[in-house]
Design a binder for this molecule. Sequence first.
Ligand SMILES: [Zn+2]
Length: 185
Amino acid sequence: MKINYGHILKDHDDTIRQKSKKVDLPLSEENRQTLNNLLTYVRNSTDPELSEKENLRPAVGIAAPQIGIFKQLLAVVIHDENGNPIEYALANPRIVSHSVQNAYLKSGEGCLSVEDVHEGYVYRHARICVKGYDLLVDKEITIQAEGFLAIVLQHEIDHFNGILFYDRIHKDDPWKEDPKAVVIE
Ligand SMILES: [Zn+2]
């Protein structure tokens, strides 16, 4: 299935809150295909021509529950400071350790499943260690992530528990300061 924006579950549908299950390893052909479809969406979504032609909305990550597949599968594509892509297509990714220090994106977070604006700081761990199976290298890997990558991975892994970014914004004080937090520009 080629994914487009029309396939994405939005947050007015409570289904997005459902929990996702771990998948068996080695990956089934079906789960490999799902990971490839997720990765293709994210890769193509930031190409202006393809995103226009195929009805994609730009994203740096997507999780399987966002297309109604409640399995722990996700894809991430970000770029390093030289413009080189950093890509993951992960099965069963889990955070095995994290910093006490928080971090947040200065411009706030967005999500393919969220159309309304939700303002406020979304605090996450500044540094995380993630273990999971990566289809791109076809083996179990360990990712030491900080900065933007750490934020994106935590955002996507949250989807496996039905958590959306604005759940993490302080209800009464959305701009509550954490003076120790790392600000990611
Ligand atoms: Zn999201």
